[in-house]
Design a protein around this ligand. Structure first.
Ligand code: BEZ
Length: 327
């Protein structure tokens, strides 16, 4: 073989090796709906930094908060085609596609954020994640959450009678729609970032919301009656596109899984840590506060259970686990 041919072959081999190396380095894209200052968004950014560092700069993650890539239904479609690599999604959107996840929204399944976090860390909740690859083509890495759901309204709500006819903003998903329909309210599905204007212009009378969002998005400026009901938990799931997952080496999967799980855990523990202070801050605002418990909603709960015990067979196992974890 002459020298030129040998050199040409060597250059080609080097180029091939280099291209297969660079093919493994990835700039992943992660989408989520929360605003940049929300804990989900700051932990998504922290996950991006950790992955970059732990992969020795090989992998990076561009984070797109505030619904920049579309709403959650659109992001799930992008994840399914592999156009989007990762997301932090409310379980709301997942429960629209896998009804068993609706069990996580059983009214008063948990007593508060600590109980919710214990349940979400359990093997029983983990079993739900195993349904995701086959049923929606996503790999569910682990859970996060926000605080418990409350009702903020323009007019006072002191009894179930006051719920009737209220145009009440909900996150767009079926279990919560069924709950509020059973209370006699008129649920109005609406993404988080449209809620402030809808309250301000009177498009809705009340909203289903958590303490943290009420504070950071200043919803209390537009409605000054708060029903502290703690009626549902509100989990989130960190996901990777199944298509993207299949292309990754075992080593990269392990790295992504452990790193993302760590930051999801920070979300769970972060909300556990913030909850009491947020409640205190809210109680210090100039709001009319009424408290409600399962008794307040008893008829609506019975109706919800009748529908969802059938739709979400995992409800029984989750309830047993929640009982074991009650303190
Ligand atoms: C909501 O739809 O109410 C919501 C979504 C994500 C985080 C917090 C609240």
């Amino acid at each position: 073989m002459n020298r030129i041919k040998t050199l040409t072959l060597a250059v080609a081999a080097t180029a091939l090796a280099a291209s297969s190396l660079t093919a493994q380095a990835r700039d992943f894209r992660l989408g989520l709906i929360t605003p940049p200052q929300h804990l989900w968004s700051t932990e998504a950014k922290a996950f991006a930094d950790s992955l970059h560092e732990r992969s020795d700069g090989e992998h990076s993650v561009s984070v797109f908060p505030a619904q920049q890539l579309g709403n959650e239904a659109q992001m799930v479609q992008q994840l399914q085609t592999g156009a989007l690599d990762m997301a932090f999604l409310t379980i709301a959107e997942i429960s629209n596609r896998i009804p068993d996840f609706g069990a996580l929204y059983a009214p008063y399944l948990v007593d508060g954020v600590d109980h919710a976090a214990r349940l979400l860390r359990s093997d029983t909740a983990g079993e739900l994640l195993e349904l995701m690859p086959a049923e929606v083509g996503l790999v569910g890495v682990g859970y996060g959450m926000v605080g418990m759901r409350q009702v903020l309204s323009r007019d006072p709500i002191t009894s179930m009678d006051d719920m009737r006819g209220q145009r009440l903003r909900i996150t767009p998903f079926e279990p919560i729609r069924d709950f509020y329909t059973a209370t006699g309210a008129a649920p109005a599905p609406m993404p988080l970032l449209e809620v402030y204007d809808a309250l301000a212009n009177g498009q809705v009378d009340a909203i289903d919301m958590d303490f943290d969002s009420i504070l950071i998005l200043k919803f209390y400026e537009q409605a000054n009656n708060l029903l502290i009901s703690n009626h549902m938990m509100f989990p989130m799931v960190g996901v990777v596109s199944g298509r993207v997952w299949r292309e990754l080496s075992a080593e990269d999967r392990e790295l992504i899984e452990t790193t993302m799980a760590e930051h999801l855990e920070n979300v769970l523990s972060g909300f556990q840590e913030m909850d009491a202070a947020q409640e205190e801050e809210i109680r210090g605002l100039d709001l009319n506060i009424v408290e409600a418990d399962a008794e307040f909603f008893s008829e609506a709960i019975a109706e919800w259970e009748a529908t969802w015990a059938e739709k979400a067979p995992m409800l029984e196992a989750l309830r047993e686990e929640a009982e074991r974890l009650r303190q």
